[in-house]
Every structure is written in structure tokens, then in C-alpha cells.
Design a protein around this ligand. Structure first.
Ligand code: ASP
Ligand code: MG
Length: 432
């Protein structure tokens, strides 16, 4: 039998009892004849606590030291899980990301995996061990420094390991039963998706659905790794992320639903982690936008929505607004301040009291009227729209931070996504 890769998130590893429970689950799979490789996150809210600790020591901690600090969280989990497994009479070997051969680029805090050289993992598997890998971390090929993959990066560690080891499946264990049509913490009547396409899952993840790390989905799609998102607190079947949800044979054989058209809308995602910067009074001439976004690119900032206003005829000045991760706000403002004289803009405005709400579904391509229905739902909930952006299968709006919950609920209801009975159980975690 093949290799099963599993990932356990922080809420599944919150304390000693939780770790023992996870160890039993891992051993079950080993007993059934599979080789098991497990990527673990830091226990509970350890990563947040380490952040707070760092910020208590320094307002802008050096990125290298931040990575050294944060990777410690996953090292604690990996060793404890391995100990709990050995207590059950099986042997486990824990490895840091670097020992496991997770090779990344050199960008601290959001490194990308560029290669996996799993020699030590395959050797340990060959010797009959269960392998536990510290998630969310790697080592830079160039600088030899320890890196982290960004918040939630253990998902990506797991899928990347599954690809490198040619595993049959990558199981992502979390504190809800799968991927839901909205965050069950906001919409208790959200429905679990049995299957979702990589394409839709990519948009959901990019739009703030914290259930899966964006790059994990990209990885899964590129290497064709089926991702099974499920709860570590129940035995229920979760959500399968696959290429073509209709073609994917479900474990119980093709269902009637498989032959039917997929639903138009996969779900409603929201994101409270972004901020908006407006560059006010930019001279409306060739090359100004290029200069602004070049400065942001040089600072390694990932932008999301971008809006340029029509320039006021009288002044030939325009405003450019964009959204970006709040955590990059400071760095972006500094980078832009540096080019103020060169670009000749008037001033910068920073707003982090915003949220983004997105409607996602592959069926949008062939169904007109989705946008108007979405905006009508927002209007009837009294939600004002600040910015709009779309892709083929997504519509996103920026709204006031305090309006996010109402916007999500109204949209969910308007598209008939509410379940008749509450399906969602949130087993743990603070969702922060
Ligand atoms: N512990 C890290 C975080 O909380 C990585 C992860 O959980 O995947 O973001
Ligand atoms: Mg975590």
C-alpha cells in the first residue's frame, strides 16, 4: 500500500491529550498497512503567542530572527507527537523542515518551496518508522538560512511532501469537518462541500478562507495530489479537493449528484487581514503607476485589488488605491514614502478598517446575473461597497470591517446556500 501524508493543525494539537489522540489516529493508518508521513503545525495558538512575544521585545523584529523563533513552535509539536507514537509501541522519527529536505527561496516570512529532497524521509520510511515533519518551514538553498512559508504554511509542507513522495492522498486534518460554503463561525447554516475543484479552492483560499493555505492548493493542482480536508475530531468524510469534482470517483461510487451539474456557487469567503493604501494626487502621466508598483514589488509586497480613479480634468491628478496584507502595511508605506518626490504625489492614506467579501463559483462563467444578485444582497443588508474586483469565477468587494459578517450572511442566503439543518461543528480553535 502507498504512502499517506497527513497534516495536523494547531487546534488538533492543542494539548497533551490532543497530541495523544492524534498519535492514535496516525498509528491506525500505519496499522492498516500504509506508510505515514505527517506534517505538524505548532500547538494551539503558539505561533500567535510567539509573534506577540517578539513584538513585545521589538516593534520591527529582524525577519531572520522571526523565522528562527516561529519555527520553534513546530519543532515542539513534532517531538511531542513522535513521543506519543512511541508510547503506543510504534517508532517515529521527527525532522525539522531543513532535515526533511524542504528547500525554499530566501524570502523570510513567506518563502516558497523550490524543491524537496526527501532522502532522510524515505530512509526512515524504509526502516519502518512513521515520519513526523515540522511544518511551515524550510531552508534556503542560497543563504542556508531557516525560512518560514507564511501563516498556515504547514498545509503547503504537507502537499509538497505528498508530491515529492508520490503519495496517494494528502489528508489535511483541521477543526471543522471540511470546506464549507462560508466560515461556520459566521454562518452557522453553512453547508459542507463534498468536493470542490482546485480552481474554486484556489479562489476561496486567496480570498481569505483560512481552511487551506493558498500555495498548498497550487501545489496540489500542479502535481495532481487529491487533498482531503477533514476533521481530526470526527471520523466523517470531509471535502475532496480535486481537478474535476464530477469526474472524481467518490469513495462510495458515483452518486446521482456526480452526474448532475455542479452548483453555480461554491461559497462565500471573507478576509479581514488586508489594508488599503491610497496614493493621493498622482500626476496622470505615462510611467507613474509603473514606478509606484515597482517600488512595492521591490519591497516584496503582494498586492490584491488595485483601483485607479479617473483623473480630475482640472488638475490632471488621479488617486490610486490598492489592498495588501496588513502585515505588509508598514513596509509598503515606507517604500512609497521614499519615492514621493520622484513621483510627485500629494500624500498617502492608510486604512486597515476594511474587509473583503468574495463570491466564488465556476458556474459563474455560464450564468449571467450573479453580480447584480450579489450587489442587491449587499444593498438590502445595508452594506456599502468600497472597491470591486472580479475574475472569471469570482466577484470580490471591499467593505467596512464591521460590515463583513452581515455581508457574508446576506450573500450566503441570497444564493440559497443555507442548509436546512446546521451541519457545521466547530470542534476547536479560535479561528484567529
Ligand atoms: N503555525 C503556523 C501558523 O499558525 C503554521 C501553520 O499552522 O500552518 O501559521
Ligand atoms: Mg497555526
Amino acid at each position: 500500500m502507498g504512502i499517506v501524508v497527513q497534516k495536523y493543525g494547531g487546534s488538533s494539537l492543542a494539548d497533551a491529550d490532543a497530541i495523544k489522540r492524534v498519535a492514535r489516529r496516525i498509528v491506525e493508518v500505519k496499522k492498516s498497512g500504509h506508510d505515514v508521513v505527517v506534517a505538524v503545525s505548532a500547538m494551539g495558538d503558539t505561533t500567535d503567542d510567539l509573534y506577540d512575544l517578539a513584538n513585545g521585545v521589538s516593534p520591527l523584529p529582524p525577519a531572520r530572527e522571526m523565522d528562527m523563533l516561529l519555527t520553534a513552535g513546530e519543532r515542539i509539536s513534532m517531538a511531542l507527537v513522535a513521543m506519543a507514537i512511541s508510547d503506543l509501541g510504534y517508532t517515529a522519527r521527527s525532522f525539522t523542515g531543513s532535515q526533511a529536505g524542504v528547500i525554499t527561496d530566501s524570502v523570510h516570512g513567506k518563502a516558497k518551496i523550490i524543491d524537496i529532497t526527501p532522502g532522510r524521509i524515505t530512509q526512515a520510511i524504509g526502516e519502518g518508522h512513521i515520519v513526523i515533519v515540522a511544518g511551515f518551514q524550510g531552508v534556503s538553498a542560497d543563504t542556508k538560512e531557516i525560512t518560514t512559508l507564511g501563516r498556515g504554511g504547514t498545509d503547503t509542507t504537507a502537499v509538497a511532501l505528498a508530491a515529492a513522495l508520490e503519495a496517494d492522498v494528502c489528508e489535511i486534518y483541521t477543526d471543522v469537518d471540511g470546506v464549507f460554503t462560508a466560515d461556520p463561525r459566521i454562518v452557522p447554516s453553512a453547508r459542507k462541500l463534498d468536493k470542490v475543484s482546485y480552481e474554486e479552492m484556489l479562489e476561496l483560499a486567496a480570498c481569505g478562507a483560512k481552511i487551506l493555505h493558498l500555495r498548498c492548493v497550487e501545489y496540489g493542482r500542479r502535481y495532481g495530489i487529491p487533498i482531503h480536508v477533514r476533521s481530526s475530531f470526527s471520523q466523517l468524510e470531509g471535502t475532496w479537493v480535486v481537478n474535476d469534482p464530477r469526474a472524481h470517483p467518490s469513495l462510495s461510487g458515483p452518486t446521482e449528484e456526480d452526474t448532475m451539474e455542479q452548483p453555480i456557487i461554491a461559497g462565500v469567503a471573507h478576509d479581514r487581514s488586508e489594508a488599503k493604501i491610497t496614493v493621493v494626487g498622482v500626476p496622470d502621466k505615462v510611467g507613474e503607476a509603473a514606478r509606484i508598483f515597482e517600488a512595492l514589488a521591490d519591497a516584496q509586497i503582494n498586492l490584491d485589488m488595485i483601483v485607479q480613479n479617473v483623473s480630475a480634468a482640472a488638475t490632471s491628478l488621479t488617486d490610486i488605491s490598492f489592498t495588501l496584507p496588513r502585515t505588509d502595511g508598514q513596509v509598503a508605506m515606507t517604500a512609497l514614502a521614499r519615492i514621493q518626490a520622484e513621483v510627485g504625489y500629494d500624500k498617502l492614506l492608510y486604512d486597515d478598517k476594511i474587509g473583503k467579501v468574495s463570491l466564488i463559483g465556476a458556474g459563474m462563467r455560464s450564468h449571467p446575473g450573479i453580480t447584480s444578485k450579489f450587489f442587491a444582497a449587499l444593498a438590502s443588508a445595508g452594506v456599502n461597497i468600497g472597491m470591486i474586483s472580479t475574475s472569471e469565477i469570482r466577484i470580490s468587494v471591499v467593505v467596512d470591517e464591521n460590515a463583513v459578517d452581515d455581508a457574508v450572511r446576506a450573500t450566503h442566503t441570497a444564493f440559497d446556500l443555507d442548509a436546512d439543518e446546521v451541519e457545521a461543528v466547530v470542534y476547536g480553535g479560535t479561528g484567529r
